[in-house]
Ligand binder design. Structure first.
Ligand SMILES: [Fe+2]
Length: 405
């Protein structure tokens, strides 16, 4: 992340309110879950809820309380290793795939850890108001919000593995739907990336210019009904629609539909946070990999937008379903912007070192905390990942269409 320029005049009580709201949102997400739910790890990519709850606190302890709060005493020295995710510069780490084996500390003790961190953070926010630390308080809050979405992604996967198919929460009613329209964006010189102002992660900077050819972009996301037609047209049996790496996985893993979809007696259902239920043809398709999004786009005779096209369109056109349904795969590999510089120190490991073998997703999802997403935000996952709330927005070349018309 970019060390967010401290908002000048940010009052301690404003920062404290922000911190409290974010921390209590994490507690609320875990509230419907039992201690057993919070313990399970259903695959290496999934972390137990208990681990998330502890790790979010570890982040504040490691990057703020230890360096900034005089006389701070860690809650438990062993947590430094157990709840370090990937910060090599900080020291040893418990293996990611074995987080579910951490039956100790208990969930109660992790909750006590959170209270310890909260008390110390309140002291820090009252007593230490140097600009470099207030920027890290905001980073810690943004980090916690990212893990809030991970808690939902991960618990959905955990619950999906249970034959009882339990629901995490009740169904949220859906709005009505309308057909997708194409929005036209003229070619030209544009700027993308975070400008100085509000918070942004380091990977969104620096803001820079680039050239775009004219294009069109769909104002809505591909629906489950659209995607079902791709399946029914043999989408998963036609190698010509797929990138070679994607086709290898289709064959190796036996993919026949998005993650969580099942077909019985001709009816498609999907597992969701509300349990297993019938596919709603009008809802955006979720839990597709980049490979599936790309194959669908090829089948539809369109393509995925680049991340620059997505950002320009999001800023200047009337697109819907940008931030509240599904993250949208782009055609762009996750690489550094020209002039990118990660933050100094171990916290600089936050984003930069992952800029290989991943694709960018833009927007936000039904699981993204309100106010967390923005037009310049760059999410990223390996192209085969499907457990995120990921979907598809289509684009097409305007020039090619005009010439072929
Ligand atoms: Fe983290």
């Amino acid at each position: 992340m970019r060390a967010a320029p401290a908002r000048s005049g940010l009052a301690a009580n404003e920062m404290i309110e922000r911190y409290r709201a974010v921390r209590s949102a994490s507690e609320a997400l875990a509230a419907p879950l039992s201690a057993e739910d919070c313990q399970a790890q259903s695959m290496p990519d999934v972390s137990p809820t208990k681990w998330h709850l502890a790790h979010m606190s570890w982040f504040f302890e490691t990057f703020l309380l230890q360096p900034a709060l005089p006389g701070y005493v860690p809650f438990d020295a062993a947590f430094a290793i157990l709840f370090n995710s990937y910060y090599v510069g900080v020291g040893e780490r418990h293996p990611r795939a074995e987080r579910g084996l951490l039956t100790r500390p208990s969930l109660d003790r992790v909750r006590a850890y959170r209270r310890h961190i909260d008390a110390a953070m309140l002291r820090l926010m009252h007593e230490v108001l140097e600009e470099r630390w207030t920027a890290l308080v905001e980073l810690g809050c943004q980090h916690e919000q990212q893990h809030q979405e991970l808690i939902l992604m991960d618990i959905q996967h955990v619950l999906s593995c249970n034959p009882l198919q339990p629901a995490y929460r009740a169904e949220t009613p859906r709005r009505g739907t309308a057909a997708s329209l194409w929005r036209s964006i003229p070619g030209g010189l544009y700027e993308i990336g975070a400008s100085d102002g509000g918070f942004a992660f380091d990977n969104e900077s620096p803001r820079h210019r680039l050239w775009l050819e004219p294009f069109e972009i769909a104002d809505r996301l591909v629906t489950a009904g659209d995607y079902r037609r791709f399946i029914e047209d043999g989408g998963y049996r036609r190698p010509e629609l797929w990138l070679a790496d994607g086709w290898n996985i289709v064959e190796a893993e036996g993919w026949r539909a998005p993650l969580y979809w099942e077909q019985a007696s001709g009816q498609w259902t999907r597992f969701s946070l509300a349990g297993r239920r019938a596919i709603d043809p009008a809802e955006p398709v979720l839990h597709v990999s980049h490979y599936e999004a790309d194959a669908y786009a090829r089948w539809a005779e369109h393509r995925l937008p680049t991340e620059a096209e997505w950002e320009v369109a999001a800023c200047r056109s009337d697109l819907r379903e940008l931030y509240d349904e599904a993250w949208q795969w782009t055609a762009s590999p996750y690489v550094a912007y020209p002039g990118f510089a990660p933050a100094s120190g171990a916290v600089g490991e936050y984003n930069g070192k992952f800029m290989i073998n991943q694709m960018v997703l833009r927007g936000g999802s039904l699981a993204t905390p309100g106010g967390h997403a923005r037009a310049t935000y760059r999410n990223f996952f390996p192209p085969a990942a499907r457990w995120a709330f990921s979907g598809i927005r289509l684009a097409r070349d305007k020039r090619a269409r005009a010439e072929s018309a």
